[in-house]
Each structure stands twice: as C-alpha cells, then as structure tokens.
Design a binder for this molecule. Structure first.
Ligand code: BGC
Length: 750
C-alpha cells in the first residue's frame, strides 16, 4: 500500500532541505529585490498560478484536458505559461490578458521547436549523423532566432535521451545511441538555443528532456517502464543531461516513464538529489504533458491530491496540462502537507527565468512584427538548412560508382532519369515529425530538387509506383515502364512523417506497404538503381540493402530536403554523414548497439556460434554499424604514434596519425577514436567512442591529426559509483566506423 502519511512527507521534506536542492539567488541585485518584493505580494493562489501551464487549443501535442476558461484564468493570474502558441499576433493577445492580472506577471510561451521553427532543419537524429557540432549549434541558433521573433520564449528541446532501440519512435528526436556524442550534441544544442544568454531577444530557453532514461523504455514501447542499475543510469543515460546543465540549460522536462518503480515526475532521487542537488541546477523543471496526473494510472498515486504532493516534493516545478497543481496544491499547503518553502522555491525558479528573459521590463519584447517578418524571411536560414541537410545524409552503399550521377560532362551516359517512389514528390514528409506546420511553408521535394539542377539534355520521368503504406500495386506498371525508358532509376522510398515520433513505436521496422516489392519490380528492369531512403529511424531493409547498388539514407531532412539530396546525387556535395545509431538486420537483434559489454563467451564473427553468446538463427553483427558512412573518395589511415606507451592519471598521451585522401574527389572524413579498458573492477564495453575529428581533404592531400588521451577519457563508474580511472592496459582504436578500425595500439595507465 502507498503511504500518504505525515511522517513520510516530513522525512521527504527534511531530505530536500538537507540535500540543498532549493534555489539560491541568481539575478542581478536589482532584479533580486524586485523578485523578493513580488513574492511578498503574491497570494498562495497566484503563486500556484505560476506553476500552471496550459496548451493553446489550436495545436495539441497530447490529450487536452478540457474545462475552465483559460483566458479568464490568465486574467486572474492563474496561469504561468502557455504552450503550443506561436506568432507575434497570438502571443501578444495572450500576453495582453496576462497584463490585466493583478500583479501583471508575464506569461512564458513554450513550443516544441525541435528541429526548426519556420525553416525546418533535419530531424535531430539526422543532424547527429553529420557529426558536425558547429553546424548543429548553428541549426539550433537559427531555430531560436526565428522562434523568438515569433513571440516564443522557450523550446522543449533538446531531447537528449540515449536510444538503443529503433522500435521506439522517438529515436528521431535525439542524437542516437552514443553517450559521448550525445553529450557533445546536447551541449551544442543548448548553446545554440540560448545564444548569448537569456535576455537577448534572439535567445529561447532550452528545455532538456526527458529526465530521465526515457529512451530505455522496455521493448521500445513508448511511455513504458524503465528498470536499470544506477551505474548504467549514470554512465550511459545521464551524461547528456549533465552536459546540458554545464552548457547553462534554463529548464528541464521530466518524463513519462518510471525509473525502477518510481515515475520520473515523482522521483525525488532524479530531480532533487541528482539534478537540483548534485548538479546544482538552478532552472526549473516542467512536467511532461499530463505526467503528474498519469502517476495515478501508473498506480503510484491514488488521486490527484497525492499526485500533486508527490510531484512538488520531487521537484517538478511546473505542471504541463495535468491541472493537479491548480486543483490540489492550495489544499495541500493549507493542510500542512506541503511547506510553503517548496511552493516558493518552485515559483522563484520560474519567476527568475521570466526576469532573466527581460519579460518584467517589457512583456512584449518578443512581439515585434517587423522583426518576425525579417527573421522568417532571412534567406541565409534556408542556406544553412540545406548545408546541414546534405551533411546529414549517410551513403550506405555505392557499388560500381553508381553515384554520383553525372549530368554535366559532355560524354555523360545518363540522358534520362526515372524518378520512382511514393516519396519522390512528397513535400510534407520531408519535414518529419515534430515539425511546425505553416500554410505558406516552402518545402523542396526530391523531384523539385532534381529538376532545378537538370540541364536541358537530361530528361526526368516521374511515377509514384505505390503509396507509402497500402498494398495496392496498380502503379507498378507505369513505374516499370518509365524505368525501362531510363538510363538510371532514382527510387524514393521510406516512411511518412507520422511513422516515427512520439507514440510511434513499432514491432516491425520494415519498409511499410509494398515498397520493397516495388524495389524488386524495378530491379527486374535491369537498370541501375539509386535508393533514397527517407525515414525517422533505422529501418530493416535487407533485400534493398543486398540487391540495390547505391543507397543514400536521407532521414527527414527538412525544408531544403530536395536540394540537399540532389546535391549529393549529382556530386555537388560529397557525402560525409556517419550513422549515429546501429542499423540491425532483424528486429530480433534489438537492442543492438556497438558499445556492448564483453561476455564470458564472446562470439568472434558471425560463424562463431557454438556455446557462444550468439543467435543460432541470425548473426550478431548489424546490417550497418554505428559510425558507418561512405564517401565518393577513399581515405587511408597511417602512422599512428603515441607520445608514450604509459601514463599516470595526471598525464596525457598525445596520439598522432595521418589521414590521406586517396581518391579523386575532395571529401570529409570522420576519424573516430575508440577506447577499451582491457580489465576493470566492473566489466567494460568492447569499445567506447571518446573523441573524433571531422576534416576535409583535397584529392591526394594528407593531414596530420592529434588526439590527447587523459584520465577522464579512461574513467567509468565503479561498483561503488565512484568515477575512477583504474590502472591497467587500454586499447586504442582509430577507425572510419565502430566496425572499421584502421589503426590500433595499446597503452597503460600506471
Ligand atoms: C512530449 C514532450 C513535448 C510535450 C509538449 C509531450 O507529449 O513527450 O516531449 O515537449 O508533449 O508538446
């Protein structure tokens, strides 16, 4: 039975004060005085109002709880924030209502600006494939500039959940499976969103989500439970969150899942002990949509009253769409179950951000229509979107140099191209899930991108072939007919934009509908085929992977998708993306990730099965490994030299190597550094990414690369949860992917 007794609560509260999880002064002296004065004037009802967030009724991203008149509540100071409101006009109207309230406390407007606002950038998983931290930061910067010009103060991003299960539809929102890369990207996105800092009119507050371990939901089923050791939590799932705090993230969002039996929203350990205690996070935590109320369905709270109590004790400061705070907190305070200090702490955290954003100086400072117009029509935003889109494309296969397609040279062989497939002309699907829809949005389809590039003497024939997800093959004949007339086929297949994302878990991650059969029919014509695959997650597509000569994995690339794909197809851009997630051969292998732990019976290769940690009906190896991606050129790795073969925990080892472009095209390579701790007091992964360099080389050019190895890179959580580097032997692996290690050495920590 759950306990809702006073003793328990008192213990909880004593704990909170002892772990020092309350806010300390953050503001300038002047604003601190203003904040204190304001707090002094606020009634309990007004304080609770600040902890309450409603969605606008226009665009919902979850089940809306009806009832009440939101406008009246805003005028009465009962709402601290609204989500799903955008645009100067709409935000201004609501802010004006807030200015009619007794204390004129401005509203915060939040929105899921996950990969762009007006200009849509590639989905975050795709951007992670660019391994271009600067470009990722820039993409977030532009999204913030556009969103803030439209009255938005706060984005519910970045999503930094480590995800090892492509059945989980939300893999599209994150940076993939790797903790180290995920932490780098998390920091970059926070910096991008928050720009020069809160208070600049082009900065939006970042909201790091979902705290925590949401990506580890059992079976890849959204909203499902998570059960893991604290060591795994701290080592694999928390570092991107910590990196976000270090980058100055203003806010956090908690999560739908429970962690080891306690819902994240009511989780004192996560929010009070780690986030606000250990990490000294001074921002505020918003619940996920309705997650406070959902603790009743979890079977953790018997009613809304208990849900409100558990949430505030755990450090959830703002209630997104549950209404349990507005319904229950006042009673809980009056009954002495919630100390006023907890309410004050949550209110101060939220008001502090409103002060930092400058909203008390001018609640309409993000409501300038001229600025909005200029920001949304800045052509350089589209250029940046196109640049990161092409950087995000991963070339999985290119037999016989099928790509790039030569359309420029005098003696070109391609005079007719057949563009086939259900995504060939699609615009909306290019945006991907969590994109913001605009009636006047300009989206470049693949067909448009190709056509804009074609010289007069190259023809483009187009046929859909089939729909994305029906079983009708009536379009096959037309597709086959145009394939026969063409010198080469571009086959555009994959997922529609609502097939990966929130609440889009799948048991089968195959190509939907009859798309694989369409691919087979086209292959039957004997024409060379370039496959362009748009999707929000790693798919399983073995037939296509084994039988088609060239494959580009193009995710969902955003507004400039068609141009970016055409850039790569015609060789105006040499692909440089590398997979941020392992691609399995079969759903039965999931979860499948490159940095697994060594077992006592390791299988060395796909035929080493007997009494080994292996499947007898399928290989262990993935279809495409983490870090994998091809280029139009080739690279040679050589001359690995270590400054020393041993180091102390205070030293560094300098690692140098040479990288040569051995092909005929200029291109970029992502040189990846992996480490393995040979023997540890707890077993260690077979390899772990610890650094990388992405560099551009002209044909024939050689560049020298330097890495430094220090004790931090060798450290891990031991069984007592201490972060330590243990003495002993380490393997250093430098590779072009996690499975393509080109250079190896070993060294010792003494
Ligand atoms: C999602 C969050 C999102 C929120 C607001 C929830 O359903 O889990 O990631 O920020 O809705 O749209």
């Amino acid at each position: 039975m759950r306990l809702l007794n006073v003793k328990n609560i008192i213990l909880g509260v004593i704990f909170i004060f002892s772990c020092n999880s309350l806010i300390h002064a953050q503001l300038s002296e002047k604003d601190q005085v203003r904040l204190d004065e304001l707090m002094g004037k606020m009634t309990l009802e007004e304080k609770i109002g600040q902890l309450n967030q409603y969605t606008g009724d226009y665009e919902a991203t979850g089940p809306i709880r009806k009832g009440g008149d939101k406008v009246e509540e805003i005028k009465n100071g009962k709402v601290g924030s609204m989500l799903n409101i955008k645009g100067v006009e709409n935000t201004r109207i609501l802010q004006e209502f807030a200015m009619q309230s007794r204390l004129k406390i401005p509203l915060l407007f939040g929105l899921d600006v996950v990969h762009g606002y007006y200009t849509t950038f590639p989905i975050p998983l795709a951007e992670a494939a660019s391994w271009d931290i600067e470009a990722i930061e820039k993409s977030a910067r532009i999204a913030a500039t556009e969103a803030s010009s439209g009255g938005v103060h706060w984005t519910f991003a970045p999503m930094v959940d480590i995800a090892r299960d492509p059945r989980w539809g939300r893999v599209m929102e994150g940076a993939g499976e790797d903790t180290w890369l995920g932490a780098k990207i998390a920091g970059a996105r926070v910096r991008g969103f928050q720009g020069d800092g809160l208070g600049s009119t082009d900065a939006v507050m970042a909201c790091v989500k979902h705290f925590a371990a949401y990506g580890a939901a059992v079976g890849g089923r959204d909203y499902n439970s998570v059960d893991m050791s604290e060591r795994m939590l701290r080592e694999t799932y928390l570092p991107p969150f910590k990196a976000s705090v270090d980058a100055g993230a203003a806010t956090f969002m908690n999560s739908f899942n429970d962690l080891n039996g306690i819902p994240a929203t009511g989780n004192v350990f996560l929010q009070r002990e780690i986030l606000k205690g250990e990490w000294d996070f001074q921002g505020f935590v918003v619940s996920d949509w309705g997650s406070m109320g959902e603790m009743i369905a979890h079977g953790y709270c018997k009613d809304e009253k208990e849900a409100a109590l558990r949430s505030i004790i755990a450090g959830s400061d703002m209630d997104m769409e549950s209404r349990v705070y507005t319904h229950e907190l006042e009673k809980l305070v009056n009954e002495g179950l919630v100390p006023m200090a907890l309410i004050d702490d949550a209110v101060k955290r939220i008001l502090t951000k409103k002060f930092e954003m400058g909203l008390f100086d001018d609640p309409f400072r993000f409501c300038n229509p001229e600025r909005e117009k200029a920001a949304l029509n800045d052509p350089s935003n589209r250029e940046a979107a196109r640049d990161i889109a092409r950087k995000s494309i991963v070339m999985l296969k290119n037999n016989n140099q099928t790509l790039p397609i030569d359309i420029k040279s005098k003696d070109k062989k391609v005079k007719t191209i057949a563009l086939i497939g259900p995504l060939a002309q699609s615009e909306n699907d290019m945006l991907g899930f969590w994109s913001i829809s605009w009636p006047d949005g300009d989206i470049v389809s693949l067909e448009e991108g190709l056509r804009s590039r074609l010289p007069e003497d190259v023809k483009l024939l187009v046929a859909k072939g089939c729909e994305i997800n029906t079983d009708s093959k009536t379009g096959f004949d037309e597709a086959i007919e145009i394939a026969r007339k063409a010198d080469i086929v571009i086959l555009s297949i994959g997922e529609a934009l609502d097939m990966s994302g929130e609440a889009k878990s799948k048991g089968h991650i195959r190509l939907p509908g009859v798309q694989e059969e369409l691919a087979q029919a086209i292959q039957g014509t004997g024409k060379p085929v370039v496959v362009i695959m748009n999707a929000g997650r790693p798919l399983v597509f073995n037939w296509v992977a084994d039988n088609m000569p060239a494959i580009l994995y193009t995710w969902w690339l955003g507004s400039e998708a068609g141009n970016a794909m055409a850039d790569v197809i015609f060789g105006d851009y040499n692909p440089s993306g590398k997979l941020p997630m392992t691609f399995p051969r079969d759903e039965g292998q999931i979860p499948l990730y490159y940095n697994y732990f060594s077992t006592g019976r390791p299988s060395f290769g796909d035929h080493d099965l007997l009494y080994k940690s292996a499947y007898i009906d399928m290989p262990n190896s993935p279809k495409f490994p983490f870090g994998y991606g091809l280029s139009y050129t080739t690279f040679e790795y050589s001359d690995l030299v270590l400054s020393s073969k041993s180091m102390s925990s205070k030293d560094k080892i300098h690692v140098t190597l040479n990288l040569k472009n051995t092909g005929k095209t200029a291109g970029e390579e992502v040189v990846q550094l992996y480490l393995k701790d040979r023997f540890g007091s707890v077993i260690r992964p077979v390899k772990e990414l610890k650094d990388f360099r992405k560099l551009m080389l002209q044909p024939g050019e050689t560049k020298s690369i330097i890495f430094d190895i220090d004790a931090e890179m060798l450290s891990f959580y031991n069984n007592d949860l201490q972060w330590v580097a243990e003495e002993g032997e380490f393997e250093l692996m430098i590779g072009s992917s996690s499975a393509d290690i080109r250079l190896k050495e070993s060294f010792e920590l003494k």
